[in-house]
Design a protein around this ligand. Sequence first.
Ligand code: PAF
Length: 322
Amino acid sequence: MKALIKPLALAALLAAAGAQAQTVLKIGYATSQASHYGVGSTVFCEEMEKGTQGRYKCQQFPNSALGGEREQIEAVQLGTQDIVNTSTGPLGNFVPEVKIVDIPFLFRDYDHARKVMDGPIGQDLQKKMEAKGLINLAWTENGFRHMTNSKRAINQATDANGLKMRTMENKVHMDGYKTFGILPTPMPFPELFTALQQGTVDGQENPIPVILSSKFSQVQKHLSLTGHVYSPAALIISPNVWNKLSAADKAVFSEAAKKGAAAQRKKVNDDENNGIAQLEKEGMQVVKQVNGDSFRKAVAPAYAGYAKEFGADKIAAIQAVK
Ligand code: PAF
């Protein structure tokens, strides 16, 4: 009997020690767990847990359960939240240099955007973030933004004139959208569905994965594939957590983040390819052939302001990436 108890007690002790050694990290994002943010975050968490043999695991908080993106970035910076998977929309309020990537019609397409974010320009922005206490493990992705509204089809820029549209709390976006004649109404994302339902705003703009996962087809009739701005995203970890990791664990987290980013971008691609038909099925009227030149022409004067703020050379360097 004695001989049996000893190994059992030892196993219990070891299990308790193992349980004690597990650190649970809180990760938050704006949309559902089935969305692009959820897919990217889940792959990151699984890889990170596997690579650390379960010493680290995630507790996921989808659907803005930890607040709007601005609040979550602030919490990660302060160390009261561990990780956030967020668009760059509110990030410029913490790291002004990042705002350059939010310029409308800056990126030609997904290939261009991903090359810039993963290349020296994106890496330089990651360093600027680190200096502000935000460790960006990888550029994930939100996607190219398109306009929805409850009033009319938008075929060209003049059709957007006078529409009251919710925008992110992002001055670079707002300055650009004003040139389309839109009345920008900045608002945190968690308030948006109700604002659309109650008609506080006529419309909003977001990538297809967000329009799908947030069920905007229930409250918006028109979708126009304007693709007027690329919306990058970032998987940001708090220095509170990062600085305590061993070099080997840091490498595991970084590799897991790369895999998470790839999965998130794939989900964006899949939603772009299949989601528009789904939204039509749900009753949305979709303008697929938008007059993009009318929007590009309208926004051109705003580029003088962007050049003054960020440097014409910096904008040209992004545009020149092939
Ligand atoms: O519109 C926004 O605020 C963002 O695109 C969202 C939906 C929070 C995702 O990053």
